[in-house]
Design a protein around this ligand. Structure first.
Ligand code: NDP
Ligand code: 2IT
Length: 449
């Protein structure tokens, strides 16, 4: 069930399929953006004239390299790593690094492509890029992870720079990994270049509220969607997928808004706690002990753990997918709608399949797509870059206030753009068009580069 593209866009999409065979997630992300762009070409013919869409779908540079490393027993391993420098019309390439065994070029390209529009939407001076490796950190010791990060950076450093390409974390890459990567960059280049990485520790150039920013921002966005419908999060039952960085701080902010979190998950199973998830316990299990979410039910006798369970089968008012791409399909979406869900905010990147998105939109529920709803993370990364450039360090309150202003502004822009282009209430259309126009205008202004 795919939506037909505008006739001018169809050949462009066919070309993307032809040039990028086997990269399903990238095709999906491109199709979803192109679906929104028909009315933009009608209103702004200069974008077609300058072939902006064709250019935006082709990364400026793609780097693929071997990462050899030795485990604790002396055995050699070879992984593959990527950095896709997608678009630098608005600033240095900016986007996270993902370490997960599922990583291949198609995943990094979909993430890099999404990042271009997300970063544009954030209003900050950052281009889009993404990187990662098929390295699986699960079960690896800290010294193995350090050696892997050092080996990766020994190759990647030559492509980075505070004015060139600025990575951060994503799945499997948190502050610890950012520390190992930044440390090796500093050693090789002999430069303490704080602005070359974001998501750093607070003692060595990190920003307050960066750790919280993606999850917090997602919930701020959801609250704005509800406000636009004269509703709020207060008293709502929420279900969150994942229990990593984004999930934890989405839960925290939703609770601050008076919501009750009744379920979260990891890739092994689901925890349901009708009394409300105990976030301190989740933080201890995940952030301190790095264990499985099943431990939660071992410690809380009233909670239930379902091995391989489906988090979207738990009835809720608000669903916050915060784990990974395509984790919420059409069947899940149908069930959520039937069980009374009124809003979905994507903390993860592209967690809802195209069929799922259509089911939510046809049902008229508030749907906040990732490139808008989770933009608070990268926006706060840009605030970290700002603090690094001025050798300053802001308070938590000030940084969170900036984040809130940015999220409210993103919501407003998506809302108004959707209206302007004839799709009122459709935040997917609003986000795609508003992001595209900002990048497209900069590309036209800079000529054929
Ligand atoms: P983490 O590694 O901290 O947490 C990821 C969580 O999702 C874990 O609970 C993990 O479970 C689960 N998960 C990951 N992959 C899968 C999978 N294939 N199937 C089921 N569960 C899975 O990552 P983040 O919280 O940083 O990232 C989560 C999502 O948010 C990603 O889509 C990321 O791209 C997106 N995002 C992150 C931002 C950030 O600032 N960190 C910013 C914007 C978006 P397990 O531990 O069992 O693998
Ligand atoms: O998907 C994302 O926006 C991120 N992983 C964060 C990127 C960043 O540079 O902070």
């Amino acid at each position: 069930m795919t939506v037909r593209l505008d006739e001018k866009l169809q050949p462009i999409y066919q070309d993307v399929l032809r040039r990028n065979p086997g990269e399903d997630e990238f095709h999906q992300a491109v199709h979803e953006v192109l679906e929104s762009l028909g009315p933009v070409l009608a209103k702004y013919p200069e974008f077609a004239e300058h072939k902006i869409i064709q250019r935006i779908c082709e990364p400026e540079r793609q780097i693929i390299f071997r990462v050899p490393w030795e485990d604790d027993r002396g055995e050699t391993h070879i992984n593959r790593a990527f950095r896709v420098e997608f678009n630098s019309a608005l600033g240095p390439y900016k986007g996270g690094m993902r370490f997960h065994p599922s990583v291949y070029l198609g995943i990094i390209k979909f993430l890099g492509f999404e990042q271009v529009f997300k970063n544009a939407l954030s209003g900050m001076p950052i281009g889009g890029g993404k990187g990662g490796s098929d390295f699986d950190p699960k079960g690896r010791s800290e010294s193995e992870i350090m050696r892997f990060c050092q080996s990766l950076m020994t190759e990647l450093y030559r492509h980075l720079g505070e004015y060139t390409d600025v990575p951060a974390g994503d799945i499997g890459v948190g502050q610890r990994e950012v520390g190992f990567l930044f440390g090796q960059y500093k050693r090789i280049t002999n430069r303490y270049e704080s602005g070359v990485f974001t998501g750093k520790g607070l003692d060595w150039g990190g920003s307050r509220a960066r750790k919280e920013a993606t999850g917090y921002g997602t919930v701020i966005f959801v609250n704005e969607m509800l406000k636009a419908r004269s509703d709020s999060l207060d008293g709502k039952k929420c279900v969150v997928s994942g229990s990593g960085n984004v999930a934890i701080y989405a839960m925290e902010k939703a609770m601050q808004h008076g919501a009750k979190i009744i379920a979260c998950s990891d890739s092994s199973g689901v925890v349901i706690d009708e009394q409300g998830i105990d976030l301190d316990l989740v933080k201890r299990i995940k952030e301190v002990e790095h264990r499985r979410i099943s431990v939660y039910a071992d410690e809380k006798k009233k909670a239930r753990y379902i091995e391989d369970g489906d988090v979207w089968a738990v009835p809720c008012d608000v669903a916050l997918p915060c784990a990974t791409q395509n984790e919420l399909n059409g069947k899940n979406a149908k069930k959520l709608v039937e069980q009374g869900c009124i809003a979905v905010g994507e903390g993860a990147n592209m967690p809802t399949t195209p069929e799922g998105v259509r089911i939510f939109q046809d049902a008229g529920i508030a749907f906040g797509p990732g490139k808008a709803a989770n933009a608070g993370g990268v926006a706060t990364s840009a605030l970290e870059m700002q603090q690094n450039a001025s050798r300053d360090s802001w308070t938590f309150e000030h940084t969170e206030e900036r984040l809130e202003e940015i999220m409210i502004d993103i919501h407003r822009r998506c809302f108004e753009t959707a209206d302007e282009f004839g799709s009122p209430g459709n935040y997917v259309v609003g986000a795609n068009i508003a992001g595209f126009i900002r990048v497209g205008r900069a590309m036209v202004a800079m000529g054929l580069v």
